[in-house]
Design a protein around this ligand. Structure first.
Ligand SMILES: [Mg+2]
Length: 201
């Protein structure tokens, strides 16, 4: 059993998430988490998941015949190819999802992922990060909100990747797997996520 790591705003990249840590989930911060975890699920690996530019993309929107940034996309259009790539990551790593989008909350993502993918991706969602940017440097605001979630959930945050097309990760940039707005999540980034989530440390 490993010990807890110190996640703070100032220690930055000094902590090393450990695959060996094997703590049971004993508490949860929201009803969504409770419903998902049922108090027994072990969380070893996490994906902080953005949506726009990850599960949808400029290429996908154009090919699907809808105008860019159509409101329709905010209520359910996600790219099946990106869903397949995310499914493969989860099949190979058993990772859980924390929604880290600034535009989508966990309930919205849950509704569009329900019964989607080779695994039911909605069942993997355990929470969402805050989306407040007030006072945050624009180069690190997403990273700060992810760090805030990690600080609040040290018992279930062990090893993680951040999948996002935006670069505002600040000190968490080493955990960032970059997608592009035009392509979204492809098998190339999925391979990188699997590699990072399963490598020995
Ligand atoms: Mg995005």
């Amino acid at each position: 059993m490993g010990g807890r790591h110190a996640f703070t705003w100032t220690t930055q990249v000094q902590f090393v998430p450990s695959l060996e840590t094997d703590l049971a989930v004993t508490s949860c911060g929201s009803g969504l988490v409770c419903r998902t975890l049922l108090g027994v699920r072990m969380i070893h690996r996490l994906i902080f998941l953005d949506m726009d530019g990850v599960l949808n993309s400029g290429r996908w929107m154009q090919s699907d015949g809808y105008p860019m940034r159509s409101p329709l996309y905010t209520v359910g259009h996600v790219d099946p190819a990106a869903i397949a790539a995310l499914s493969r990551i989860i099949e190979l790593t058993d990772a859980s999802i924390v929604v880290s989008s600034s535009a989508w909350n966990a309930e919205q993502v849950w509704s569009v992922l329900k019964a989607r993918g080779r695994v039911d991706l909605s069942l993997r969602i355990i929470g969402e990060t805050a989306t407040s940017w007030t006072g945050h440097d624009h180069h690190m605001r997403r990273g700060l909100n992810i760090q805030k979630w990690i600080n609040g959930n040290p018992e279930i945050s062990k090893r993680f990747v951040i999948i996002d097309d935006s670069s505002d990760m600040g000190h968490l940039r080493p955990w960032w797997v970059q997608t592009t707005w035009n392509e979204g999540l492809t098998e190339t980034e999925a391979d990188e996520c699997v590699r990072r989530l399963t490598r020995k440390q």
